[in-house]
Design a binder for this molecule. Structure first.
Ligand code: GLC
Length: 434
């Protein structure tokens, strides 16, 4: 990029902030995406960090590339499952820390076009996402265990320049050769500890000049568009996306015959979705495809169920202007969140007496219904509680035991003014809340 066109950090951040709402609108409504960790490490089935964790000899590791045979249609399997699961976007590890590119790179010959099945996996991924209507995300590692200058880049400015130029050129290829890309998902900015060290300001301006609508995560040591809590659902005071493994143990494929059974079931994933939704976040849930690119078996059934559940209950999850949760019960009987004046209540312990009692909601209830089939519910309300009546004997959600009820109030109850247990607050009903 020409020096004179380069914005200062302040100018740059002001400029991207001005377009953020428009660029992020689809992402905020989407809520749920698929992360795909696929690369040479899949062949070993012991986690994507194995080259480093096992001090795997570099030349030995590279031999895996010869055996990297991606079955035809692998990307179709990922995308079909993502759509079936109700996900709206997918993010692929175009190049993980091992430095192996999954595309026809001119700057990195260590790539999937030159080895194994000799295919441009990124091209196939992009084409398939478009066909399936998924938005397209590229994960791009900053750390690189292969590049000769990477180890010295933290202390030697010449090595650093060569290394950051290399990373920039990789990203330039990704942002030039595949049409419109929706997300750039950086990872692990090591060894440099500053955005200046990574030359991120220039690199990201180049990316944005090539992809004006792109959204970028916060891992190039610049804040950019969204935060990325990893491995736990930790809300942030900005746009954020929790990235989670499918099994709590690995991003890359693990051979399930060799591992403790850890995989998430549908109910657990739905709970994750509810947790991100109530704090206006997204969930990027990972699968680590098998060596030939097949969807790992552990993911198929739970994600299919989640997708069925979302078809019935998606009103509570997607889009909307969701506010904080006023009804979080530590014992998990039910959590809830608002969308406008509608409170979505998730029930996991269906009452065995035909009525569901909700204390501490001090606004006038106008109507209540089961989200799944819009059956309206009878109710009574007094100052302290709402009693939903004539409920079916069993949870209306036979998929995951996670029924969603909608309660439309005259107004939203401000979070700080709602209380779960009035008795703990001396039985006080807040003035004017009725
Ligand atoms: C990490 C790991 C990595 C994984 C990523 C996903 O920082 O290094 O293997 O790709 O998180 O967020």
């Amino acid at each position: 990029m020409e020096r004179e066109n380069l914005l200062s950090k302040r100018e740059y951040e002001r400029k991207i902030a001005a377009t953020r709402d428009e660029r992020m609108a689809w992402w905020r409504a989407a809520r749920f995406g698929m992360f795909i960790h696929y690369g040479l490490y899949a062949l070993e089935g012991r986690n994507e960090w194995l080259q480093a964790l096992e001090n795997y000899d570099g030349a030995e590791y590279e031999k895996l590339a010869e055996d990297f045979h991606v079955k035809p249609g692998a990307c179709r399997e990922w995308c079909a499952l993502a759509v079936r699961a109700g996900m709206k976007y997918a993010v692929l590890t175009t190049r993980h820390h091992d430095g192996f590119s999954l595309w026809d790179s001119k700057v990195n010959p260590y790539n999937s076009m030159n080895y194994g099945s000799k295919r441009d996996i990124v091209r196939e991924f992009v084409d398939t996402c478009r066909e399936f209507g998924l938005k397209i995300g590229f994960y791009s590692s900053l750390m690189d265990w292969k590049h000769i200058d990477a180890p010295a880049a933290g202390r030697d400015s010449e090595a650093r320049r060569r290394f950051t130029d290399y990373i920039t050129e990789l990203n330039r290829e990704l942002c030039t050769n595949y049409g419109k890309i929706d997300i750039l998902w950086y990872d692990v900015p090591a060894p440099m500890e500053s955005w200046e060290g990574w030359n991120s300001l220039e690199m990201n301006q180049i990316v944005r000049s090539l992809q004006p609508h792109i959204i970028i995560n916060n891992r190039s040591r610049l804040e950019e568009d969204f935060g990325t809590p990893e491995g736990s659902i930790k809300p942030m005071d900005r746009d954020w996306e929790a990235c989670m493994t499918f099994n709590g143990i690995s991003w890359g494929y693990v051979d399930s015959a060799q591992a403790a059974p850890h995989s998430y079931n549908a109910t657990r994933i739905i709970k994750m979705l509810q947790s991100v939704t109530r704090s206006n976040g997204n969930l990027l849930l990972n699968i680590g495809p098998a060596p030939d690119g097949s969807v790992p078996e552990e993911a198929y059934e739970p994600l299919t169920t989640v997708g069925q559940w979302l078809l019935e209950n998606g009103d509570a999850i997607y889009g909307g202007s969701v506010k904080k949760n006023p009804l979080h019960r530590p014992n998990g009987v039910c959590d809830a969140h608002y969308d406008g004046n509608v409170l979505y209540v998730y029930n996991q312990i269906w009452p065995n007496n035909g009525k569901l009692v909700l204390g501490g909601l001090f606004a006038k209830l106008k109507s209540a219904w089961v989200v799944k089939d819009k059956t309206s519910l009878d109710f009574e309300q007094d100052a302290h509680k709402i009693v939903l009546k004539n409920l079916p004997p069993k949870s209306p959600d036979s998929l995951a035991g996670m029924a969603v009820l909608a309660l439309e109030f005259e107004k939203q109850i401000p979070y700080e003014r709602s209380t779960l247990y009035p008795q703990l607050h001396g039985g006080r009903v807040f003035e004017g809340d009725n």
